[in-house]
Design a protein around this ligand. Sequence first.
Ligand code: 5AD
Ligand code: FES
Length: 362
Amino acid sequence: MLDTIFDKIDKDIDLTREDLKFLLSMEDDSQLDQLYRKAYEVKTRNVGKLVYLRGIIEFSNICVKDCLYCGIRKSNTKAQRFMIPEEDVVTMAMWAYENDYGSIVLQSGERSDREFVDMVERIIHEIKRRSNSKLGITICLGEQSEETYQRWFNAGAHRYLLRIESSNPDLYRSLHPEDHDFEQRLNCIKILQKIGYQTGTGVLIGVPGQTIDHLINDLMLYKELDIDMIGMGPYLVHHETPLAEKAVDFNEERQLKQGLKMIACARLLLKDVNIASTTALQALHPQGRELGVMAGGNVIMPNITDVEYRKGYQLYENKPCTDENASQCRFCLQHRVESIGEKIGYGQWGDSIHYARRTKQA
Ligand code: 5AD
Ligand code: FES
């Protein structure tokens, strides 16, 4: 079966749901190695032997949402809330620029009040101005109105990450409180695409109640939405959240494997998109992100937030790199990426090749 699937890939024949089911159900380590190797080959062929960096600045953990899995949900009264001053966010972004990162991600808890929307707009403007428009800006700031998305786009952000968390409305509902709406999330993704953002999404892998069929549908949805970038990662427990009670049989090794399998399958199915090898993988294995690249990922998002704020942004427990500063992570990552025979695409935006093809066709 594996050979037949690989043969299809070589002949550029689309994988079916049955193929994905087979791949996602595999447990045998030598078969999994073959899967990762094939996905890596497809990565190399389509997006090259390069890893792009997006320095991530997690500038505030103040959040109006209450997702049942997330450590910075508004009901977690134990989280010490912080907001990094505007000027400091810009300084961190400039550090990324001076260190040739090519692009950054601005992420925070979700807020849509006027003060917040205005502030983000000013930050994006200022980063663009100070970097002569050379630093790429991705934002990951949740559900917003079309007007807000447009303002941030006009200010200079060109990529947006909004995870769908699950393509299954029932599973989505089981992970979120009543007032969070799956359809609204989906609609936001479509608005982002309409505005012209390179649009990324992703799901939580290995959440309680999730089946292989859900994961297959997640992959199919990426394809159906014609998504440009994927940021998905294994679910990790945070004990100050309601979902922790349901995650009784949580198993790190299984989460890691499931995360890697999903990256590999996404690469085999979507070929030319950007796929992040997320920090959540690193929380499960010391070489988690390298393994993610070897399974088909091509983007790493090193944390460049000042160390004094890092511990406040705990979406999940055991988050790596909370003691290392941005320079330490830079050297550490360069070494890690080179250790697997890849190079970092320093100074480049590393835009999604899929986006370029999609917009040329339109
Ligand atoms: N484990 C893994 N990922 C998480 N996220 C939030 N909480 C967790 C958790 N406990 C992810 C969500 C969100 C992204 C910013 O972080 O998918 O979209
Ligand atoms: Fe942060 Fe290695 S990437 S310490």
